[in-house]
Design a protein around this ligand. Structure first.
Ligand code: PLP
Length: 561
């Protein structure tokens, strides 16, 4: 072979490699959702550019150019609700105010209940408290003795009703009392928990952690260790806890360089999985089946009526089947993050519900009978933290409180009850939640209210059917009607399975009367021609104006407003 032909050959090889890399790059771009959520880095950059500005007293009620009579009706409604809140929450507000400056979490949630432009005005008038003192059946009581139907679901922990968990905690504590808080060694109840978790997951090994976030961290770490690849794939909008690598976009001060965020339920993502060699694992949060490619809905981002959700079990099952196939083909670890959904759909979790098996499964929230926990289950090959042939090459993971006796005690009680007749009856009756959602939607349509609910069993989200800037106000009408919502407002309502027909009927009645009151106060008035697009364009214009009038460094601080 001559020198020239060697050069030509080398050149051709280099070009081949370059073209292949380009092809992979293009494939990756095509598999990204066309939104800021899909483009994590761009999303973070955009978030940094958004300036603070807020609506003052006059503009607050007419950002949609409402005429005087509408603005007056809105103001009257707002002040009436605010006065009722203040009156009903006196003790609670007093105690909350006494600590809020020292509790960063409270400051954060108080600020992000509604879009930031409205937030200061709302906070000045709506004095809500952070304290509750009792739970009973499906209701909770706050510090002033107000009883509210609980639609918070305690972040998803409350699947079977608060009484169930009180019982698990009390009996579980009694079971481990002799040992107390001895750590490191296991209380014997742990043996039962291990056996049950392996049965439920259909997997070989288990590890215990303190939170869902930690269980996910460990799953990804092990997948990287065993595949010797670095990248993790998550799907656009999916929440997997607050650890940096699974939260590459807004909310994380660092770029998550080893994370690919791909389009959910889309074949372009399968192509990426099929052709890249650097992917260790794919993380799936099956709750995304309710709103694929969209982040968990919260009212702080409810600037228009663009929220959408629709659950299609068959389509999502097919998608998971395809993912399963490609992961098996490419040696990628498929992780189901069932921290949220785990025991809400059935005693064998999302794997059984969607008919697809994962290589690793994380559980959390409800599985320790109301106490804090994270659980990881996996096959032997993916769970082992050492290599027989390379003794120094280990994958380290420990945690002081892992398998805490009290947590194990309450988990034992939870797992024991999982196959009991009352729990089985609740699971068998799950279809009722679709019927309840349908019936409520029919009532909302008949009343000509611009709302519909979408649900994945007991997890509901409220969608708005006509463009409006004020949908977030609904959360205050619902609270005033005695319905407790979490800080994300109407984005996520979580019912416990023990709601009776009568209790649900009461919630539905209150829901309707709250929505009617909001309509009567004219929040859903809209000028002709208003669209979600025109709303978004208008808000963007405001941001640009605010940005131009307040260069960095001279912007007024939002603190204490
Ligand atoms: C699917 C999923 N994974 C992980 C987590 C994190 O769990 P934790 O809040 O216990 O850290 C959550 C919490 O909401 C979750 O919903």
């Amino acid at each position: 072979m001559t020198k020239t032909s060697i050069f030509i050959l080398l050149g051709a090889c280099a070009l081949g490699v370059l073209l292949h890399k380009l092809h992979l790059r293009l494939q990756l771009s095509r598999a990204r959702q066309r939104s800021l959520t899909g483009h994590a880095r761009m999303g973070r950059r955009f978030a940094r550019l958004v300036p603070f500005y807020e609506y003052g007293d006059a503009k607050f009620f007419r950002v949609d150019a409402a005429p005087d009579d509408v603005a007056t009706a809105r103001r009257a409604g707002f002040m009436r609700l605010a006065a009722a809140f203040t009156e009903r929450n006196k003790k609670n507000v007093e105690l909350t105010n006494a600590i809020i400056d020292g509790v960063s979490d409270l400051q954060f949630t108080a600020r992000y209940r509604v879009p930031f432009q409205f937030s200061g005005f709302v906070r000045r008038h709506f004095k809500a408290g952070a304290f509750v003192q009792a739970s009973s059946g499906v209701s909770i009581s706050d510090l002033d003795g107000n009883r509210l139907y609980d639609l918070t679901g305690s972040y998803g922990v409350n699947v079977f009703g608060y009484g169930f968990y009180k019982d698990c905690i009390a009996r579980g504590s009694e079971r481990v009392r002799e040992l107390g808080p001895v750590l490191g060694a296991y209380h014997p109840v742990t043996a039962y928990n291990v056996r049950r978790l392996l049965e439920i997951s259909g997997l070989d090994e288990v590890s215990f952690h303190m939170s869902g976030t930690e269980a996910v961290m460990q799953a990804v770490r092990l997948a990287r260790y065993h595949t010797r690849r670095s990248r993790l794939v998550r799907f656009c909008g999916a929440y997997h806890g607050w650890w940096g690598d699974v939260q590459p976009g807004v909310g994380n001060p660092l770029a998550a360089r080893d994370t690919y965020t791909l389009k959910d339920m889309d074949d372009t993502s399968l192509r990426v999985l099929r052709s890249r060699r650097d992917i260790a694992c794919v993380l799936v949060n099956p709750l995304q089946a309710l709103h694929p490619n969209i982040s968990a809905p919260g009212d702080s981002t409810l600037i228009d009526s663009g929220r959408s959700a629709r659950f299609d079990r068959a389509a999502y099952s097919r998608w998971l089947g395809k993912l399963r196939a490609v992961c098996s083909e490419r040696g990628i670890v498929l992780i189901f993050d069932e921290v949220f959904l785990g025991f809400r759909l059935g005693a064998r979790g999302a794997q059984e519900y969607f008919g697809v098996r994962a290589d690793m499964v994380t559980y959390g929230k409800t599985v320790a009978g109301g106490l804090p926990v994270g659980v990881l289950c996996g096959r032997h090959e993916t769970m082992r933290r050492f290599r027989e042939d390379r003794p120094a090459d280990i994958c380290f993971a420990r945690g002081t409180f892992n398998a805490h006796p009290y947590v194990m005690g309450a988990m034992y009680e939870f797992l024991q009850r999982l196959d009991s007749d009352p729990v089985r009856a609740l699971y068998e009756g799950l279809d009722v939640w679709d019927r309840r959602a349908r019936a409520l939607n029919e009532r909302l349509s008949a009343a000509q209210l611009p709302l519909q609910v979408a649900n994945l069993s007991t997890i509901w989200t409220i969608c708005y059917t006509r463009p409006s800037r004020y949908n977030w106000m609904l959360q205050y009408y619902l609270r005033a009607a005695g319905l407790a919502l979490s800080w994300v407002g109407t984005g996520r309502l979580i019912f416990s399975l023990n709601y009776t027909a009568e209790e649900f009927a009461e919630v539905a009645d209150r829901f309707l009367s709250a929505a009617r009151a909001m309509q009567q106060d004219r929040w859903w008035w809209a000028p002709p021609g208003l669209t979600d697009k025109s709303i978004r364009r208008g808000v963007l214009k405001e941001m640009i104006q605010a940005r131009c009038s307040s260069p960095i460094g001279s912007m007024s601080s939002p603190r204490n407003k």
